[in-house]
Design a protein around this ligand. Structure first.
Ligand SMILES: Cc1cc2nc3c(=O)[nH]c(=O)nc-3n(C[C@H](O)[C@H](O)[C@H](O)COP(=O)(O)O)c2cc1C
Length: 347
């Protein structure tokens, strides 16, 4: 019996194993955020590899919310066709399909620099554009953009939406006092810094089916004096759980330039603390590549999902090999059964 290969049900969505493809920008969209063959093959290969949950990369909810002009987009109905093809193929292979809804805020590098917005005119560092402080109207527009993006994600057939609240992008930049210097109802106190996130969750919930989960990706620590630390994150996540987030996808950093001594599994303790103290399912990621480590994390209930990023870029069929190593019999795509059973080639 393998914990890593046990199914889990969140709301009405059953995921066949605990392996998540971490959202990873490919910077390969066609103009206007459209899916290309690269995306179809890239995500399709991991579905063939039997990843339980595939989270599509940060996808812009509005053009000014892209990290780059090569980001995928979900701000226009024209973008749905390509996304739906990816979802349909993933479903055929048995993967649950999610999409990360993102707004880059002050970390956007689109060519229209005047469109770059943030909570306060504080750049990420001196190589980045100084963002324009958002007006209340712009805040409302962004909230609406997340909601229409979620509605489109449902139309495309996605099972899960993940709100990108990590890595210094717009939502995170409102949460952290290092980037949010506002004095209105969106700044200063913790309650106010959480307001944008709360309003986005509420708006998404109004359009997203009640039987489908909403994940939130967060940076559990800014690792910088005056920023968010794990203790504050835990307090914030208690609210977020009440507002209807089903799973917290735990990452770190990205708000200010930092150096972290990263080793395999170095973020598990953050996901574990949040899971225990908030009582909510979590995803952990961070240099995980050994099946035994992934199995240990799930077996000991330290997180509910293990997300793999770079390892899945190296090895799209990681789950098939991990199952073999752990002595678990997983279904392969029927086209590849000769390889699974090491049968001789014959017509
Ligand atoms: C090429 C690449 C692109 C990434 N893009 C995103 C992204 O779109 N959204 C996000 O939340 N994290 C992104 N990340 C971070 C990953 O989701 C993951 O948290 C990180 O790579 C650590 O996991 P790993 O050590 O298994 O790669 C990206 C990472 C890589 C390597």
């Amino acid at each position: 019996m393998s914990a890593l290969f046990s199914a889990i049900k969140i709301k009405e969505i059953t995921i066949s194993n605990r392996i998540v493809m971490a959202p990873m920008c490919q910077y390969t969209a066609a103009s206007d955020g459209l899916v290309t063959d690269w995306h179809r093959i890239h995500y399709g290969a991991r579905a063939v590899g039997k990843v339980g949950l595939i989270l599509l990369e940060a996808t812009g909810v509005e053009p000014r919310g892209r990290i780059s002009e090569k980001d995928l987009g979900i701000w226009d109905d024209n973008q749905l066709h390509g996304l739906k093809q990816i979802v349909d193929f993933g479903h055929e292979q048995g993967s649950v399909m999610g999409i990360q809804l993102a707004h880059a805020g002050r970390k956007s590098d689109v060519s229209d620099k005047a469109s770059i917005i943030g909570p306060s005119p504080v750049p990420y560092d001196n190589t980045y554009t100084i963002p324009r402080e958002m007006t209340k109207r712009e805040i409302d527009e962004v909230i609406q953009s997340f909601a229409t993006a979620a509605k489109r994600a449902d139309e495309a057939g996605f099972d899960i939406v993940e709100l990108h609240g990590a890595h210094g992008y717009l939502i995170h930049s409102f949460l952290s006092p290092l980037s949010n210097h506002r004095t209105d109802e969106y700044g200063e106190t913790r309650e106010n810094r959480l307001r944008l996130l709360k309003e986005i969750i509420e708006a998404v919930r109004r359009v997203w089916p009640v039987n489908k989960p909403i994940f939130l990706r967060i940076s559990a620590s800014d690792f910088t004096e005056g920023g968010i630390d794990l203790e504050e994150t835990i307090e914030m996540m208690k609210y977020v759980k009440e507002w209807g987030i089903d799973v917290i996808d735990v990452s770190i950093g990205g708000l200010v330039p930092i150096n972290v001594d990263a080793r395999p599994g170095y973020l598990v303790k953050f996901a574990e603390q949040i899971k225990q103290q908030v009582g909510i399912p979590t995803v952990t990621a961070g240099l995980i590549s050994e099946p035994e480590m992934a199995e240990e994390i799930i077996h000991n209930d330290r997180a509910d999902f293990v997300a793999l990023g770079r390892e899945l870029l190296r090895n799209p069929q990681w789950p098939l090999h991990a199952a073999e190593r752990l002595g678990y019999d997983i279904d392969w795509a029927k086209q590849y059964l000769r390889a699974k059973h090491k049968l001789p080639y014959s017509r």
